[in-house]
Design a protein around this ligand. Structure first.
Ligand code: HAM
Length: 420
């Protein structure tokens, strides 16, 4: 029979113990990033993975690549348009409005899978994971610093090298409009040199032309008007100040050509890129989206947020050996011996800091010891028929060659386990 395969661009994540695997890194990242979020007193929010398709059309924007060609959507049995979420911000705001919490401030985090129908390549999947932060209800100022502080804490925690946080300011809605008009006017005479994609961008969302991957377009843009000529001096001061106060922790660059691929941004925007990532070099992005809540039917709720692409971030980290001790518990008896299993249970209750790996399958002592070494165990505790009869156990050190293997009473075994 034909085997059923996973869908294109969708990964099975499975930690097989090899620390160089993407899955092991991703699971580790999830734990560590969650701890950082909690240390900033952010509260968790979990929204459904399915939403009304209109939510993303109205927020991320009908002109964005995401809604235009990447959204995973279908009609349900009631003929309602449903989408697998391509990002988390719109859902968070929808939830806050629905709970009538859009008059108050919130500091939120989330983590989970997102879907975009992209052409799969390194660092670009159709199902991928994001860890995100949204700070709601506070106008420009402190939240910008808090957001960059969170980004710097995460980059520092994992000691990432070769990465830069690019920051820019898109100004007010009015500034953005004036800049777009100037850009369109500038590009008008060059239209015949633009490719199909850039022409579409020029028509639907001119700011996105700045993001063009086409070299010819980028050459033309060299003389184009720049956003810094259109934004207030307070916006430039904010960029300078963030750069001044955080550059000793992370590499921060003001990039006036930085625009984001989602329509809801205005004001401060940022992206973190790494030269170690190849073509898909952005592992984190975000910015201010003060109009989104009102646009989705809620109150005016000035907000800022960011999301980390966990698969891309995982590419950048190397896992160290755990400092947690691992003990392999080897039962080598010809019959099933519940008493031996109960000893393992007892041990686990005595020291919860130790990973106790009980080898559940049959096999020779030699094979089990091989597996214990492969599992990076510090000790093996061996219980055979002889030990069961005498209420003893063998402790075999696996990492320290100078330590001898010893046979101990069960009481001594318990004391030893407590003391590891
Ligand atoms: P975004 O820039 O579209 O922003 O996505 C954030 C990150 O998700 C990207 O920097 C990238 O690392 C990762 N990512 C995006 N698409 C893919 C893909 N196909 N495969 C793997 N990784 C991917 C947002 O999603 C906004 N919601 C961020 C935000 C939160 N802005 C305000 N609040």
């Amino acid at each position: 029979m034909d085997k059923i395969k996973s869908l294109t661009g969708m990964l099975d994540l499975y930690d097989d113990g090899d620390k160089t695997n993407l899955s092991a890194k991703l699971f580790y990242l999830e734990k560590k990033i969650k701890d950082i979020f909690i240390s900033y007193k952010l509260n968790e929010i979990r929204t459904p993975i399915l939403e009304d398709t209109n939510l993303f059309i109205r927020s991320v924007g009908g002109a964005s690549d995401i809604v235009n060609k990447e959204i995973y959507s279908f009609n349900d049995r009631n003929d309602k348009g449903i989408a697998l979420r391509p990002e988390g911000t719109a859902s968070v705001i929808r939830a806050i409005i629905e709970k009538k919490l859009d008059q108050t401030n919130h500091k939120l985090w989330y983590m989970g899978p997102m879907w975009r129908y992209e052409r799969p390549q390194k660092g670009r999947y159709r199902q991928f994971n994001q860890a995100g932060v949204e700070i709601l209800g506070i106008p420009e100022g402190m939240p910008e610093f808090e957001m960059i502080s969170i980004v710097c804490s995460i980059i520092s925690e994992f000691k990432l090298q070769n990465c830069t946080i690019k920051i820019n300011h898109l100004g007010t809605q009015k500034n953005k409009e004036l800049f777009c008009n100037a850009l369109v006017k500038f590009l008008e005479p060059f239209k015949e040199f633009l490719d199909e994609k850039d022409l579409q961008r020029l028509e639907k969302n001119p700011l996105r032309v700045l993001d063009s991957k086409n070299n010819e377009t980028q050459n033309i843009l060299r003389d184009a008007p720049s956003i810094n000529e259109f934004i207030d001096s307070s916006a430039i001061d904010l960029l300078n100040s963030i750069q001044k106060y955080f550059s000793d922790i992370c590499n921060i660059e003001i990039d006036y050509s930085l625009v984001r691929g989602l329509d809801y941004y205005s004001g401060f925007v940022f992206e973190a890129v790494s030269s170690d990532l190849g073509a898909q070099d952005s592992f984190l992005g975000g910015g201010r989206y003060d109009q989104l809540c009102a646009k989705l039917g809620g109150k005016d709720l000035p907000s800022i947020g960011m999301a980390i692409g966990l698969e891309r971030f995982a590419e950048l980290i190397a896992l160290k050996d755990d400092s947690v001790k691992v003990v392999s518990f080897l039962i080598v008896t010809s019959n099933l011996e519940p008493k031996a299993y109960k000893i393992a249970h007892q041990l686990r209750s005595l020291n919860k800091d130790i990973i106790l790996d009980i080898h559940l399958s049959d096999g020779s002592l030699k094979a089990k010891l091989r597996k214990a070494n492969k599992n990076n165990s510090d000790y093996a505790i061996i219980i055979g028929e002889e030990e069961l009869k005498n209420n003893t156990a063998v402790i075999k050190p696996l990492k320290n060659e100078l330590e001898e293997q010893v046979t101990v009473s069960l009481d001594d075994l318990y004391s030893f386990f407590k003391s590891i």
